[in-house]
Design a binder for this molecule. Structure first.
Ligand code: SAM
Length: 227
């Protein structure tokens, strides 16, 4: 089965324009992966499920026109698949590795999609006037444990905004995130996601008050000394 045939079984409502974009994205991912080490997942059905379909899980949580940032986007997950089905989103794709940003800029142009691509560490973005407390939603997938993620993302969202983390079984991480939630002034809830390929959970942190000025701490500290 081809990638797009499998994706169509998972997302029967894809339009032909969306399907063409997913096919073009897949072709570029495979081509650039030969020299750029973008992903270990390359088999057609695996990419359809574990990258493309999986990335779409947060779509129902994002309001029309939401200003979103995908922190640690890598090869564009979840930000680009979300943008393919939700071009209304104002998407920023952020990653600390420049080789990923080059791929993202090239891919977005080829797909005819608009997003801001930012080469920066999340800790630096969270301290900058340009990005701090400016987003409706911050998305993360496969970037860090929850207490670390919260420090990287909660400073980026406005009060009332949400940090949405794509996780497998999140129970242990949630138990570890109590101090981070209190310190960063956010409250957690979980949204189970139906996936044939394993347990998936979206962990949604809603920001209740402004982030204290000392967070995020300097680059590297959130991972070395998690809250
Ligand atoms: N989100 C993508 C996915 O689901 O396939 C990529 C996951 S990859 C395992 C983690 C990515 O997060 C890498 O591209 C890495 O450069 C980026 N990253 C890790 N820590 C970061 C930080 N503090 N600021 C910005 N990017 C970071």
């Amino acid at each position: 089965m081809t990638m797009i045939e499998h994706l169509r079984t998972l997302c029967p409502d894809l339009t032909s324009e969306q399907a063409e974009r997913f096919e073009a994205y897949y072709a570029l991912l495979i081509e650039w992966n030969r020299t750029r080490n973008l992903t270990a997942i390359t088999e057609p059905c695996d990419v359809a499920e574990k990258h493309f379909f999986d990335s779409l899980a947060a779509a129902p949580l994002l309001k029309s026109g939401a200003k979103c940032i995908d922190v640690g986007t890598g090869a564009g997950f979840p930000g680009i698949p979300l943008l393919i089905i939700r071009p209304d989103l104002q998407m920023t794709l952020l990653d600390a590795l420049n080789k990923r940003i080059e791929f993202l800029e090239f891919t977005l142009e080829r797909l005819g999609l608009a997003a801001a691509c930012v080469h920066m560490r999340a800790e630096d973005a969270g301290r900058s006037a340009r990005f701090r407390q400016t987003f409706d939603a911050a998305l993360t997938r496969a970037v860090a444990p929850l207490p670390v993620l919260l420090e990287l993302t909660v400073p980026l969202v406005r009060v009332g905004g949400q940090s949405i983390a794509y996780k497998g079984d999140a129970a242990a991480e949630i138990a570890d995130a109590e101090n981070a939630c209190r310190t960063l002034r956010c409250a957690l809830k979980t949204v189970p996601v139906e996936a044939a390929y394993g347990a998936r959970t979206l962990v949604v942190a809603t920001k209740q008050a402004e982030t204290p000025g000392k967070y995020p701490r300097k680059a590297g500290t959130p991972a070395k000394q998690p809250l």
